[in-house]
Write a protein that binds this ligand. Sequence first.
Ligand SMILES: C[S@@+](CC[C@H](N)C(=O)[O-])C[C@H]1O[C@@H](n2cnc3c(N)ncnc32)[C@H](O)[C@@H]1O
Length: 348
Amino acid sequence: MKLEELDWAALDRLRDLFLASQPIRSTYWRNSHDLACYDATFGERIGWKWDAVLRALIAQTQGIWRPPLGPLLDFGCGSGIAGRRVLSAFGASTFSALHLHDKSRLAENFAADQAREKFPGISVACGVPEVAFESGLPVTLLVSHVLNELSTTDTRHLMSLARRASTILWVEPGTSLASRQLIGVREALKGEFAIVRPCPYQNSCGLLNAARQTDWCHHFAPPPPGLSMDPFWVRFARQAGIDLRSLPYSHLVLARPDLVPPGLITDRTGEHRVIGRPRSFKGYLELLSCGDEKVEPLTLQRRDKPELADQLEETDEAILARWMIEGRRIRSGVIIEPPSTALRETPL
Ligand SMILES: C[S@@+](CC[C@H](N)C(=O)[O-])C[C@H]1O[C@@H](n2cnc3c(N)ncnc32)[C@H](O)[C@@H]1O
């Protein structure tokens, strides 16, 4: 879409609704141009978050794991950007069909048209795949940036679909509220599913500890290169009042235990997920580390491991590492994720 085709009044209205972050009773899509403008802007930014999550998921599983052959259900699909990103990442033939569900029929139809155009080979339908659920086909449930719009009843409905799914791919904005809601989902489903991402352990979330109440689980996706020179995005960022470089998200990937290859979720003792980003100070870095069933703040003195400190600062995607710790001080470490950083390992 060209800059001059954007409906700024519609985008302003949508931004205000999203920022309010409250259950929304009515549908806010007024016409397909609203959806096209969203898809090219807010939606595309959400697409970058999905790209980061899917890239990391595929790298984590060394490209061997994918959702089982069955329908992909995009719940609260909006313009359908998340479903299309998932189809692109795993290949459309990974899924038997794409089901687009939204409380707005306009959104479902828009998303269906976009998907048919991009993936002409896949069967596309609107609504929940009831027949597939009833016949026991493995349904992959995708949820993106929906949770804070749902009423209690809507959330209950979504959770009932989640309990019938075989795999769940879920991305929400990286706000404290969205993260805490997603932690609630994790805790509710952890008995039935294996937690594939982002947690390096299967037991209760370490952020539920009373001492960690002001923290939340979030990571950052890198924006595409050259974004700050692109007139479309510069104008959009100014108008929408957003920082183009900051793409925070919270995410959760769950799968039925029998669908997860051995080794993917076991033997992860000692792996630590960095929550958010390391914070740089003169002479040292501070980070919040989640592993071995707890979340704790750690410090790395630059002089102890200057190369590791540089790697941690340079990495703009979710970090997974092994630390050698003394008290709260990182003495050494190996970055496991993202893999491009792992190539330049600092020996323990
Ligand atoms: C912020 S948009 C996100 C759209 C899309 N998932 C994405 O990531 O770009 C939220 C979407 O959820 C839909 N939605 C809100 N409440 C819903 C409900 N109870 N059932 C189904 N869809 C709902 C809205 O109509 C809207 O399309």
